[in-house]
Design a protein around this ligand. Structure first.
Ligand code: ATP
Length: 246
């Protein structure tokens, strides 16, 4: 579904690589996690997939369509993007925030209403109580749910998530994890998530790619990484988080 091949990014010609020769494949319905320490190239990889950044080299395809051969706007509409800061419009109600893209696309009001209400229910924000509230009247976890509903509004097959739960306290974070797993069982989206939390990656990811200095050091299922780490760096990453695995 998401196929990335030898993707690289240098922000300056001849400069250091922010991302170097990154390749991975995420199947439909899977959740893949990119994990690594700060500055290792996770966000840059996600931004290239969303075409917010032009790769220096390499290829990306979604469902067999190469990004070079597709229109950037159409490409971006095929994926929802959820970021840690959520980025809700403070002067718009929750419903308006969720509907923002479909309104810009000229979808009919009744169709929009129906879909945004369904999504609010799905992410655990009953529409009768939340539709007309403003973002600053919601908790961090509730705002994050709005961000997820907004990303799903146009029903994109792919969800890109950049540290979506990073700002949440551990208890809310854990319940958001459960909800994301449930949601994905229902919707069968293909999710690529950036995190720096290995427990989160182990809990959510069918595929985990550990990055260091722009490159993937190892990728595999949680079990593969724990049982066959390629080096001490991977073993260290897995050590603490592995205790939570069944
Ligand atoms: N616009 C830019 N211009 C120049 N260098 C950049 C730019 N954006 C990112 N970089 C550099 O690219 C490297 C990778 O950054 P990136 O944001 O992808 O890391 P990250 O793994 O997402 O980090 P974090 O976990 O801290 O968000 C870093 O060295 C960063 O300084």
């Amino acid at each position: 579904m998401i196929h990335v091949e030898k993707l690289s990014k240098q922000f300056q010609d001849g400069g250091a690589y922010a991302v170097r020769d990154v390749s991975f494949h995420v199947d439909k319905g899977q959740i893949a996690c990119l994990i690594g320490s700060s500055g290792c190239g996770k966000t840059t990889t996600l931004r290239m997939i969303n075409r917010l950044l032009e790769p220096s080299s390499g290829s990306i395809s979604i469902n067999g369509v190469e990004y070079q051969s597709s229109d950037p706007i159409a490409w971006r509409r095929g994926m929802g993007y959820v970021v840690q800061s959520v980025g809700l419009m403070p002067h718009m109600t929750i419903r308006q925030n969720i509907e923002i893209l479909s309104r810009a696309m000229g979808r009919e009001r009744s169709e929009r209403r129906k879909r945004s209400r369904k999504l609010m229910d799905m992410v655990g924000l009953p529409p009768d109580g939340f539709s007309d509230r403003y973002p600053d009247e919601l908790s961090g976890g509730q705002q994050q749910r709005v961000g997820i509903a907004r990303a799903l509004m146009e029903d994109p097959p792919v969800l890109l998530m950049d540290e979506p739960f990073g700002a949440l306290d551990p208890i809310i974070r854990s319940s958001m994890h459960e909800e994301l797993i449930q949601l994905n069982r229902q919707l069968q989206k293909t999710i690529l998530m950036v995190t720096h939390d290995m427990s989160e990656a182990f809990k959510l990811g069918n595929l985990i790619a550990i990055m260091d200095q722009g490159s993937i050091v190892q990728q595999g299922t949680p079990r593969q990484l724990i049982d066959q780490p390629v080096n001490e760096f991977v073993a260290n990453f897995c050590r603490g988080a592995a205790l939570d695995l069944p």
